[in-house]
Design a protein around this ligand. Structure first.
Ligand SMILES: NC(=O)c1ccc[n+]([C@@H]2O[C@H](COP(=O)([O-])OP(=O)(O)OC[C@H]3O[C@@H](n4cnc5c(N)ncnc54)[C@H](OP(=O)(O)O)[C@@H]3O)[C@@H](O)[C@H]2O)c1
Length: 342
């Protein structure tokens, strides 16, 4: 275990911390570094010194208020009309427990942890408070803080939806969007579950997708999977660049279609649609759960799963990191590394 001093967790005397805040919705130019009061943990919370976070597709959606069809008004109502209510973005974090509330069980100061806060955000700051019962887990000992920060978003999302789809050993699965954050996690986790994986991605990352366990890869620029003969038991559709109808056609009877970017009309259709030959559509938002993070950490310890990092940026370059994350083709997680406060 790292001591607080080794992890650089020297508390600033003035009780302030640096945070990257989103002043309105838009391009990375809406982001700004500010000094804000360091949070104080409630009885059931723990205070964490953040040492790494990531810029997820969720962060990009909130920053730019880019919501799936039918969710734009709902998104503003939920997240803030003109400016994000939770102005400090950062869905994920990894760091060291600084202090614990007197009713927060399971963690002690100095514990190395990682977790996910979803739309509550807050990871792009030097400290955050988290309920001890929230989506937080102990970091695998040999994994870096950057790796741990990259574990929860793609891994948690993929695990949630693969579990909902009930993938079983021997089934075939197609991951459309396998060269991205969630896709690379889905390929690995489907292999762990015994699935026979085909991954669709961009040419630059196909070798990597294969190295993660895909038995077959497809370059989306060259082939349209809905026009091929191959059928699958599960289609994990991250990219959602084809219609539901076309995707359903590539399913075997009893097959499941996971649609990660379903808009409101598609969600309603999924709920109302009668199962055709037992095929069904899975939509919704991934739940953030501590047990899933614990499972991912255990797979990392066993060497059966690894978070894929596209690039690590120092926290001071977070605005440039947002520009990088905005561009397609980066593959894996874009990580922010906080330097120790000294
Ligand atoms: N429902 C939920 O709970 C949930 C949770 C997490 C994420 N999401 C959503 O899922 C989406 C993906 O998230 P992510 O973090 O994995 O993003 P990402 O890292 O940007 O990955 C997107 C992937 O899709 C690929 N892609 C782009 N066009 C494609 C095409 N025509 N055919 C096949 N693949 C294509 C990209 O390829 P290249 O970049 O290599 O060209 C990239 O690999 C986002 O829209 C996010 O909002 C939903």
């Amino acid at each position: 275990m790292t001591t607080l001093e080794e992890a650089g967790t020297v508390v600033s005397a003035d009780g302030l911390m640096t945070a990257l805040v989103c002043e309105r919705y838009g391009t990375p130019d809406v982001l700004k570094f500010v000094e804000i009061p360091r949070p104080t943990p409630k009885n059931n919370e723990i205070l964490i010194r953040v040492l790494a976070s990531t810029i997820t597709s969720g962060d990009l959606r909130v920053r730019s208020m880019d919501m799936p069809e039918g969710f734009r008004t709902l998104g503003r109502l939920a997240l803030g009309w003109h400016v994000p209510r939770n102005a400090t973005l950062g869905a994920t974090f990894a760091g060291v427990v600084q202090s614990v509330g007197n009713r927060a069980a399971g963690f002690t100061p100095g514990n190395e942890v990682f977790g996910i806060r979803g739309f509550r955000m807050g990871g792009h700051a030097e400290y955050l408070c988290m309920s001890a019962k929230g989506a937080i887990a102990h970091k695998p000992e040999h994994l870096s803080f950057e790796g741990a920060a990259a574990l929860s978003f793609g891994g948690g999302t993929a695990l949630f939806f693969l579990t909902r789809a009930g993938l079983v050993a021997g089934e075939t699965i197609l991951v459309n969007g396998a060269s991205g954050n969630v896709g690379m996690a889905a390929v690995q986790l489907a292999c762990v579950m015994g699935g026979q994986v085909t991954g669709i991605g961009s040419a630059a990352h196909l070798d990597q997708v294969r190295s993660l366990g895909a038995v077959r890869v497809i370059n989306y620029a060259l082939e349209d999977f809905t026009a091929l003969e191959q059928r699958y038991d599960v289609v994990f559709d991250v990219a959602c660049n084809q219609s539901v109808e076309r995707c359903l056609k590539v399913l075997n009877p009893g097959g499941r279609l996971i649609r990660l970017q379903a808009g409101l009309p598609e969600m309603c259709r999924a709920m109302l649609q009668p199962r055709r030959a037992g095929r069904h559509i899975i939509v919704g938002t991934a739940e953030e759960r501590a047990d899933q993070l614990g499972h991912l950490a255990e797979l990392v310890r066993q060497g059966r799963y690894r978070p894929v990092i596209a690039r690590v940026f120092p926290f001071e370059e977070a605005i440039e990191a947002h520009r990088y994350a905005d561009r397609p083709g980066h593959g894996g997680s874009v990580v922010l590394k906080m330097s120790p406060i000294g």
